[in-house]
Design a protein around this ligand. Structure first.
Ligand SMILES: [Fe+2]
Ligand SMILES: [Fe+2]
Length: 141
């Protein structure tokens, strides 16, 4: 699997969130870059770093949304909780077996899906909210 390049239209134009999202993509790419010869432990550790950063990101994002009186905060929190649960499940699986070849590919697809579900699935609603509030500009690239 190729390293994931963050598409520009995924950026909100709001630095605290964008920086976290970029950091998550970098941690994901650390996993992609591991050679096939890497041990299950090395792979699991990198996934752990990614999943841990994802959880911290969700917490920080929620604090921010609560501070802004974002209307759908609880729905967004539930979505995060779902994704965190999935990430933990994959983390447990990664500790138990070595992922190589097609299995590794599949694992990585799921891992990036967790990130994209947040960044594409829910965060665009945050983007429109921030725009309405005038906290970010409509055109930022
Ligand atoms: Fe989110
Ligand atoms: Fe996010």
């Amino acid at each position: 699997m190729k390293r994931f390049e963050m598409p520009g239209d995924l950026l909100l134009g709001y630095a605290p969130i964008d920086d976290d999202h970029r950091h998550l993509v970098a941690l994901f790419n650390d996993m992609v870059s591991l050679p096939e010869s890497a041990s299950a432990g090395q792979f699991a550790a990198r996934f752990e770093a990614f999943a841990g950063a994802f959880e911290s990101h969700c917490t920080a994002e929620m604090e921010m949304l609560r501070g802004f009186d974002f209307p759908d905060t609880e729905a967004h929190a539930e979505h995060h909780a779902d994704l965190i649960a999935q990430a933990r499940k994959f983390g447990d699986a990664a500790k138990m077996r070595k992922y190589t070849g097609k299995m590794k590919e599949q694992f990585l697809r799921t891992a990036i899906w967790i990130f994209l579900e947040d960044a594409i699935g829910e965060d665009p609603k945050v983007k429109s909210f921030l725009m309405q509030k005038g906290l970010i500009e409509a055109h930022h690239d």
